[in-house]
Write a protein that binds this ligand. Structure first.
Ligand code: IPE
Length: 265
Protein backbone atom coordinates (compact mmCIF):
# COMPACT_ATOMS: atom_id res chain seq x y z
CA UNK A 1 0.00 0.00 0.00
CA UNK A 2 1.29 3.46 -0.84
CA UNK A 3 1.41 5.87 2.03
CA UNK A 4 2.64 9.25 3.09
CA UNK A 5 5.85 9.12 5.11
CA UNK A 6 7.00 12.07 7.23
CA UNK A 7 10.69 11.91 8.10
CA UNK A 8 12.77 14.10 10.39
CA UNK A 9 16.51 14.10 9.88
CA UNK A 10 17.97 15.35 13.15
CA UNK A 11 20.43 18.22 12.98
CA UNK A 12 23.04 16.09 14.76
CA UNK A 13 22.71 13.53 11.99
CA UNK A 14 23.30 15.80 9.02
CA UNK A 15 25.75 18.25 10.61
CA UNK A 16 28.61 18.15 13.09
CA UNK A 17 26.84 19.79 16.04
CA UNK A 18 29.96 21.15 17.69
CA UNK A 19 31.52 22.89 14.67
CA UNK A 20 29.79 25.96 13.24
CA UNK A 21 28.13 25.21 9.90
CA UNK A 22 29.77 21.90 9.18
CA UNK A 23 27.66 19.63 7.04
CA UNK A 24 27.94 15.84 6.60
CA UNK A 25 27.52 15.42 2.81
CA UNK A 26 27.90 11.61 2.80
CA UNK A 27 25.19 11.17 5.39
CA UNK A 28 22.85 13.51 3.48
CA UNK A 29 23.59 11.56 0.33
CA UNK A 30 22.72 8.19 1.89
CA UNK A 31 19.49 9.66 3.28
CA UNK A 32 18.34 11.13 -0.02
CA UNK A 33 19.05 7.77 -1.69
CA UNK A 34 16.63 6.22 0.82
CA UNK A 35 14.06 8.94 0.03
CA UNK A 36 14.41 8.25 -3.68
CA UNK A 37 13.68 4.54 -3.11
CA UNK A 38 10.51 5.41 -1.17
CA UNK A 39 9.34 7.79 -3.89
CA UNK A 40 10.10 5.28 -6.67
CA UNK A 41 8.01 2.72 -4.78
CA UNK A 42 5.06 5.12 -4.90
CA UNK A 43 5.19 6.64 -1.41
CA UNK A 44 4.87 10.37 -0.76
CA UNK A 45 7.62 11.83 1.39
CA UNK A 46 7.64 14.98 3.52
CA UNK A 47 11.12 15.74 4.79
CA UNK A 48 11.79 17.82 7.89
CA UNK A 49 15.32 18.53 9.00
CA UNK A 50 16.92 19.97 12.08
CA UNK A 51 19.49 22.71 12.42
CA UNK A 52 22.49 21.16 14.14
CA UNK A 53 25.44 23.53 13.91
CA UNK A 54 23.63 25.73 11.36
CA UNK A 55 21.22 26.95 14.03
CA UNK A 56 21.84 25.99 17.62
CA UNK A 57 25.18 27.71 18.14
CA UNK A 58 24.10 31.16 16.95
CA UNK A 59 20.67 30.77 18.52
CA UNK A 60 22.30 29.93 21.85
CA UNK A 61 24.79 32.79 21.63
CA UNK A 62 21.99 35.33 21.22
CA UNK A 63 19.32 33.65 23.33
CA UNK A 64 16.94 33.50 20.38
CA UNK A 65 14.66 30.84 21.89
CA UNK A 66 13.73 33.24 24.71
CA UNK A 67 12.65 36.01 22.33
CA UNK A 68 13.75 39.62 22.15
CA UNK A 69 15.65 41.14 25.10
CA UNK A 70 16.19 44.77 25.88
CA UNK A 71 19.73 45.98 25.30
CA UNK A 72 20.69 43.35 22.73
CA UNK A 73 17.60 43.50 20.51
CA UNK A 74 19.39 44.85 17.44
CA UNK A 75 22.13 42.23 17.64
CA UNK A 76 19.49 39.55 18.14
CA UNK A 77 17.59 40.68 15.06
CA UNK A 78 20.81 40.42 13.06
CA UNK A 79 21.29 36.91 14.47
CA UNK A 80 17.73 36.00 13.45
CA UNK A 81 18.53 36.99 9.86
CA UNK A 82 21.80 35.07 10.02
CA UNK A 83 20.23 31.84 11.35
CA UNK A 84 17.43 32.00 8.76
CA UNK A 85 20.03 32.38 6.01
CA UNK A 86 22.16 29.57 7.44
CA UNK A 87 19.13 27.28 7.58
CA UNK A 88 18.31 28.00 3.94
CA UNK A 89 21.92 27.17 3.14
CA UNK A 90 21.70 23.84 5.01
CA UNK A 91 18.40 23.05 3.33
CA UNK A 92 20.13 23.84 0.02
CA UNK A 93 22.49 20.89 0.62
CA UNK A 94 19.52 18.61 1.19
CA UNK A 95 17.66 19.92 -1.85
CA UNK A 96 20.61 19.61 -4.22
CA UNK A 97 21.25 16.07 -3.04
CA UNK A 98 17.57 15.20 -3.68
CA UNK A 99 17.71 16.85 -7.09
CA UNK A 100 20.91 14.97 -7.86
CA UNK A 101 18.85 11.77 -7.49
CA UNK A 102 16.36 13.08 -10.04
CA UNK A 103 13.72 13.98 -7.45
CA UNK A 104 11.46 16.99 -7.70
CA UNK A 105 11.29 18.95 -4.48
CA UNK A 106 10.03 22.15 -2.92
CA UNK A 107 11.55 23.88 0.09
CA UNK A 108 9.24 25.68 2.52
CA UNK A 109 11.16 27.70 5.14
CA UNK A 110 8.92 28.12 8.23
CA UNK A 111 10.02 31.75 8.58
CA UNK A 112 7.77 32.51 5.60
CA UNK A 113 4.72 30.37 6.39
CA UNK A 114 4.65 29.58 10.12
CA UNK A 115 4.18 31.66 13.24
CA UNK A 116 4.57 30.77 16.89
CA UNK A 117 6.44 27.94 18.58
CA UNK A 118 5.48 24.58 20.06
CA UNK A 119 3.35 21.96 18.34
CA UNK A 120 0.35 24.29 18.22
CA UNK A 121 2.16 26.83 16.01
CA UNK A 122 0.06 28.44 13.28
CA UNK A 123 0.43 28.38 9.49
CA UNK A 124 -1.34 26.56 6.69
CA UNK A 125 -0.21 23.04 5.75
CA UNK A 126 -2.24 23.07 2.54
CA UNK A 127 0.80 22.96 0.26
CA UNK A 128 2.09 19.87 2.08
CA UNK A 129 -1.29 18.15 1.79
CA UNK A 130 -1.70 18.95 -1.88
CA UNK A 131 1.79 18.18 -3.11
CA UNK A 132 1.92 15.51 -5.87
CA UNK A 133 3.27 12.04 -4.94
CA UNK A 134 6.54 12.49 -6.82
CA UNK A 135 7.39 15.84 -5.23
CA UNK A 136 9.29 15.86 -1.94
CA UNK A 137 8.32 18.74 0.33
CA UNK A 138 11.19 19.95 2.52
CA UNK A 139 10.96 22.08 5.65
CA UNK A 140 13.08 22.57 8.80
CA UNK A 141 13.50 23.95 12.29
CA UNK A 142 13.71 27.74 12.03
CA UNK A 143 13.41 31.11 13.73
CA UNK A 144 9.81 32.22 13.34
CA UNK A 145 7.78 35.27 14.25
CA UNK A 146 5.77 35.19 17.44
CA UNK A 147 2.80 37.23 18.53
CA UNK A 148 3.26 39.32 21.63
CA UNK A 149 6.33 40.76 23.32
CA UNK A 150 8.82 38.00 22.43
CA UNK A 151 8.75 38.94 18.69
CA UNK A 152 10.49 35.73 17.57
CA UNK A 153 11.20 32.21 18.79
CA UNK A 154 12.50 28.85 17.65
CA UNK A 155 10.18 26.41 15.98
CA UNK A 156 11.74 22.97 16.24
CA UNK A 157 11.56 20.40 13.47
CA UNK A 158 10.01 18.11 16.10
CA UNK A 159 7.06 20.51 16.41
CA UNK A 160 6.72 20.55 12.62
CA UNK A 161 6.62 16.74 12.74
CA UNK A 162 3.57 16.84 15.00
CA UNK A 163 1.36 18.99 12.81
CA UNK A 164 2.57 17.49 9.53
CA UNK A 165 2.09 13.91 10.74
CA UNK A 166 -1.33 14.53 12.29
CA UNK A 167 -2.91 17.01 9.87
CA UNK A 168 -1.67 15.96 6.43
CA UNK A 169 -4.11 13.27 5.26
CA UNK A 170 -2.91 9.68 4.84
CA UNK A 171 0.25 9.73 6.94
CA UNK A 172 1.05 6.12 7.87
CA UNK A 173 4.66 6.57 9.01
CA UNK A 174 6.31 9.26 11.10
CA UNK A 175 10.01 8.57 11.47
CA UNK A 176 12.60 10.41 13.55
CA UNK A 177 16.13 9.69 12.35
CA UNK A 178 18.77 10.01 15.04
CA UNK A 179 22.45 10.78 14.60
CA UNK A 180 23.99 9.05 17.57
CA UNK A 181 21.97 6.01 18.55
CA UNK A 182 19.88 3.14 17.16
CA UNK A 183 16.73 4.46 18.85
CA UNK A 184 15.54 5.43 22.30
CA UNK A 185 18.01 4.06 24.84
CA UNK A 186 17.44 3.30 28.51
CA UNK A 187 20.24 5.76 29.37
CA UNK A 188 22.42 8.23 27.40
CA UNK A 189 23.80 6.36 24.36
CA UNK A 190 27.46 7.03 25.23
CA UNK A 191 27.00 5.58 28.75
CA UNK A 192 28.25 2.02 29.48
CA UNK A 193 25.59 -0.65 29.13
CA UNK A 194 23.12 1.58 27.28
CA UNK A 195 20.43 -0.68 25.81
CA UNK A 196 17.93 -0.04 23.04
CA UNK A 197 14.25 0.12 24.00
CA UNK A 198 12.17 -1.72 21.36
CA UNK A 199 9.08 0.21 22.37
CA UNK A 200 8.64 3.42 24.27
CA UNK A 201 5.58 5.17 25.56
CA UNK A 202 5.38 8.11 27.96
CA UNK A 203 5.06 5.70 30.94
CA UNK A 204 8.41 3.98 30.27
CA UNK A 205 11.30 5.23 32.39
CA UNK A 206 14.43 6.24 30.52
CA UNK A 207 17.21 8.32 31.92
CA UNK A 208 17.60 10.80 29.08
CA UNK A 209 20.14 13.49 28.72
CA UNK A 210 19.71 16.93 27.29
CA UNK A 211 22.83 18.71 26.16
CA UNK A 212 21.72 22.28 26.82
CA UNK A 213 25.25 23.47 26.01
CA UNK A 214 24.43 23.06 22.34
CA UNK A 215 20.74 22.37 22.02
CA UNK A 216 18.29 25.26 22.28
CA UNK A 217 15.12 23.27 21.57
CA UNK A 218 14.89 20.29 23.90
CA UNK A 219 16.78 17.21 22.77
CA UNK A 220 15.55 13.63 22.95
CA UNK A 221 12.92 14.30 25.65
CA UNK A 222 11.04 16.81 23.57
CA UNK A 223 11.35 14.51 20.58
CA UNK A 224 9.93 11.55 22.52
CA UNK A 225 7.00 13.59 23.84
CA UNK A 226 6.21 14.91 20.37
CA UNK A 227 6.47 11.41 18.90
CA UNK A 228 4.01 10.04 21.49
CA UNK A 229 1.56 12.83 20.56
CA UNK A 230 1.83 11.73 16.92
CA UNK A 231 1.31 8.06 17.84
CA UNK A 232 -2.22 8.86 18.99
CA UNK A 233 -3.12 9.22 15.32
CA UNK A 234 -0.35 7.70 13.19
CA UNK A 235 0.09 3.90 13.39
CA UNK A 236 3.85 3.72 12.77
CA UNK A 237 5.95 6.19 14.74
CA UNK A 238 9.61 5.23 15.01
CA UNK A 239 13.02 6.38 16.23
CA UNK A 240 15.58 4.88 13.84
CA UNK A 241 19.34 5.24 13.41
CA UNK A 242 19.78 7.73 10.57
CA UNK A 243 23.21 6.30 9.82
CA UNK A 244 21.39 3.14 8.68
CA UNK A 245 18.76 4.48 6.25
CA UNK A 246 18.11 0.98 4.84
CA UNK A 247 16.15 0.33 8.03
CA UNK A 248 13.58 2.87 6.84
CA UNK A 249 13.28 1.11 3.49
CA UNK A 250 12.88 -2.26 5.28
CA UNK A 251 10.08 -0.82 7.37
CA UNK A 252 8.13 1.15 4.77
CA UNK A 253 8.74 -0.93 1.64
CA UNK A 254 9.46 -4.36 3.12
CA UNK A 255 7.09 -4.27 6.07
CA UNK A 256 9.96 -5.62 8.19
CA UNK A 257 10.23 -4.52 11.83
CA UNK A 258 13.52 -2.63 11.89
CA UNK A 259 16.08 -2.19 14.65
CA UNK A 260 14.80 0.95 16.35
CA UNK A 261 12.19 2.09 18.84
CA UNK A 262 8.48 2.03 18.10
CA UNK A 263 6.77 4.91 19.89
CA UNK A 264 3.35 4.31 21.38
CA UNK A 265 0.87 6.96 22.55
C1 IPE B 1 16.16 23.97 15.65
O1 IPE B 1 15.48 22.93 15.02
C2 IPE B 1 16.09 25.22 14.81
C3 IPE B 1 17.10 26.24 15.13
C4 IPE B 1 17.95 26.20 16.12
C5 IPE B 1 17.11 27.40 14.25
P1 IPE B 1 15.53 21.44 15.57
O2 IPE B 1 15.24 21.43 17.03
O3 IPE B 1 14.60 20.64 14.73
O4 IPE B 1 17.04 21.03 15.28
P2 IPE B 1 17.91 19.79 15.74
O5 IPE B 1 17.40 18.56 15.09
O6 IPE B 1 17.81 19.70 17.25
O7 IPE B 1 19.30 20.16 15.29
Amino acid sequence: MHSTVVIKMGGGLITDKSKHKSVKPDVIDSLTTMVSVLVERGHSVILVHGAGSFGHLTAKEWGLSGGVKEGIADKQREAVIQVRGDMIELSGYVISSLEGKGLQCKSRPPSVWAMGTGSDFSGSLEEFSESPQNEVMVTFGDVVEKDGPSEFGILSGDDLMVRLSIEVPGVEYSIFLLGDSPGMMDRPPDRDGAALLDVWSPGVEAETFHNSEEDVTGGIELKARRAAEIARKVPNVWFIDGREPDRVVDLVVGGILPIGTKILP
